[in-house]
Each structure stands twice: as structure tokens, then as C-alpha cells.
Design a protein around this ligand. Sequence first.
Ligand code: FUL
Length: 496
Amino acid sequence: MSRSLFSCLILILLAACQTSKDHTKEFKANAVTPSEELLAYQQMEVIGFIHFTINTFTDKEWGYGDESPELFNPSQLDVEQWVITAKEAGFKQLILTAKHHDGFCLWPSQYTEHSIKNSPYKNGKGDVVAEFTAACQKHGLKVGLYLSPWDRNHKDYGYPSYINYYKKQIEELLTQYGPVNEIWFDGANGGDGYYGGTYEKRHIDPASYYGWDSIFAYVKELQAHIKIFSDAGPDVHWIGNEYGFAGSTFWTTINTDSLVIGKSDTRYLNTGDPHGEHWVVGQCDVSIRPGWFYHQSQDSLVKTPQQLVDIYYKSVGRNALLLLNLPPDQRGIIHEIDVAALSTFKQIIDETFANNLALGAEANANNYRMKHKKFGPQHVLDEDLNTYWATDDAVFPATLNLKLPKAVSFDRILLQEPIHLGQRVSEFRLEIKGSQGWETVFQGTTIGYKRILRIKPVHSDQIRLSITQANNTVALANFGLYLSSNRESIVKPIMD
Ligand code: FUL
């Protein structure tokens, strides 16, 4: 073959490849999309908090900072029990309070005497952060650390020199314990404290005191893959309440520039912002008990499995992450009552979502992009987030119908957008075909990574989704139907 004929053939081949790629090329992602890291972060869905420190022994929620380190003395500390409990409940990460507002450090920091090194635990040779990170690594959980910016013990808190101390602590935690997937910056800045024996009130300006931009840059310098949590991101943000509830409209996009850590607009954080220019994952923190720390007086107040299930629907089911706190007791283990509630919660979720009744259905749509099977409606049934049904541009309503082989009973509907392309849907309706014809069972706004809807039980062989508004061309990755476990029954609202 001559050289020019060969080049010609190559060119024709390249052009052919180009044409077959055109379908994908023309389906444009939104301007704001998640990084691979944040996509993986969101897919963890349920993670855990461990609030454990000197407060566990003083029966307080906020220590003053003048507690003696000698009070920290767990009798049977078993960090593996925390990790195994969390893992069995399906958690993918645990976040430990390495230092809470009272300033006591669970690791032997070289920059303060207010730490575990002056406690009776292992005769001052213990390091709970080391035990925790090792146990998480051993059992395949990601590690998160909470390091309270507010420090009621430190003499310099409120002065510029404290920031240097705080950065040194960050350095210790992010250089000595292996990979850390998340660092949690709390927004609380209360005022009074021990502060090196001065017992006074110290006020700081949350907008300027910490110099967050420089702290965040330092954190990323020490651990490039870490996710930073605060009221205002930059990677993960607070949901605006401590009940574990995201808004029923919830956008993963927000504008972080106007937010001040510690002074946030909680309503804004609870709904996100359809016009937001930053992709910041929403995280719903809540404790399994009324308090964040263990108090024996709250043994009878542990949330029931049904309450936990309700929280799951209002967090994971509304496009956010659930961060559930499991506070170890004075023995240093998660109490049996909490373990039992958690385990039943997990069983209920597993029972409900074990059987996707939509599998085997026939999917039809009023439109699919360029009539190309890559964008066909059947992709909503493959339980794969990367394949999706998509319409041609500006098709509203975009309607997708599932016809099941036979009528089934269901009361949970799961929808997922292919969020690597951005979050799009802002209005949708679900109808089922009943004996009287089509009836609306749910009207909603956002979907995002995952939306799970609770409806009153219906029996039907057809369900229709109509997407009536979106900020870009419609795409849907998954559409599932389930019947809830009968153990959910205590909390069963008519509609989510
Ligand atoms: C709050 C803190 O003040 C609580 O003690 C707890 O740590 C919670 C997760 O965040 O702001």
C-alpha cells in the first residue's frame, strides 16, 4: 500500500470514530460538576461521627477547658469495636473528635500539655488518634478528623499566636497518621473559657480571625486528597441543622464566597442554590442520642431504628450524606443500646432496598436523544450511575414510562441523576396507573445524586415520571421501585 493511500485510510478511520463519538460530544455537562473525588465522597452515603473526649467523663457537652487531663480514663477502650460497629452498619468513614472545644487532645501533641499524655490512659503513653486511624485502615473505613477551631483551654485563643498553634496541630494530625479523607471544621465560637487560667470571655471575628483561606491551603498542601468540611465548604458543607435533615429541595451547588464559617445562613445551607457556582456536597450531622457526647442519663433516649430510618430518607434520600454520631461511653465502647438500634436500622434499610421491583420492566420515553440507544430509556433500569436516559435539548415535559410485567405493590421510589454531568432537575411529577386511570402520587423539585420518595403503598403495573423543569437537557440514571420493610411501619408518612 502506498504511503498516501495509508494516510488517507487513517484519516477516514479517524473521521468515522469522530462521527460515532458525536452523540456523546453533543451532550454537554453543566458548568458546575463534581470532581471525581467529590463524586466518590457522595457515594459513601452514610458515614459516622465519634464524639469522645474528656466530656465523656465529666458528663458535659462543652468542656470549659480547665478539666484535668487525669479525668480521661476509659476502662475498656476498644477502638475496633467502634469501627466494626460502624462498618456493619454500612458506614464508609468515621470522623473522630481529635480535639473538641475544651482543647483536650486525644493524641500526644507536642504543642500542649492538655492532652492524653497527661492522662492515666496507658500511663500517658496512649494515642487514641493512632489507634483510631489504624483500626479504620485495618477494616477499610476512611478516616476523618475533627479539630475544633475554638479552644477554651489555650492561653492564646483569640490572639494571632493561637493560629500558629492551630496550624501546628493540623500539621501533626495530617502528617503522622496516614491518609485522612476529611477534616471537620466546626463553626462554634462560644466566648468564655479557661484560656490559660484567665477565665474570661474572648470574642473573635469569625470572618477574619482564623484566616481560613490560608488554613485550607495548608491542609491541602499536607493532604492533597482530603475533603474539607465547614459551614461553607469548600468541599463539604453543613446542612444547617443538627437533626440530620436536608431540605426537600436540595441543590449540591452553592456560592461559597458570600458565606462566613460560624455565621452561616442556615436556610441557604439547607436547600443549596440552583444558581450556585461551587459543587459542595451537603452533609447531615445528627447524633444517635440527644447529646453529642455519651451521658448515662440518655440511655433511654437513644433514637429508635425507625427514627434513624426517617433520618436516612431525609438525608441520603434527599441528595445529601448522613453523618451519624455514635458516642462511646466511659468504658470507651459504643453502648449496647446504640449498637442494637443501629443494627436494626441497617436491617430495615437492607430489607427495603433488597428488591428493585422495577427490574424487568419495559421503559419507554416520549423522546430520547438522537434516537441513539446510548441515551435510551432502558438505562434507568441498569442500576448504573454512568449510563442514563437523555432527551434532545429543550424537551419538556420529558416523560418516561415503566411498564412492569405484572402489577406490584410499592411505596418507595428511587431516582438518580447522572451527576457527573451536573444537577439539573427542578420539577417533576410521578403518576401511577390505577383502576381509575393515571393518578399523581408525588410532585417534587430536585433529584440530584439520589432522591428516595416515600409514598403511600400503591399497586400498579405502570408508573410515569414527567420532568417538567430542569436547568439543562434532561438526563436520568436510575429509576427504582421498592416496597418498604414492615419494620419501618412506626414512621410512615403519606408523602415525603
Ligand atoms: C457543634 C459542636 O458545638 C457540638 O458540640 C458538636 O461537636 C457538633 C457536631 O458541632 O457545632
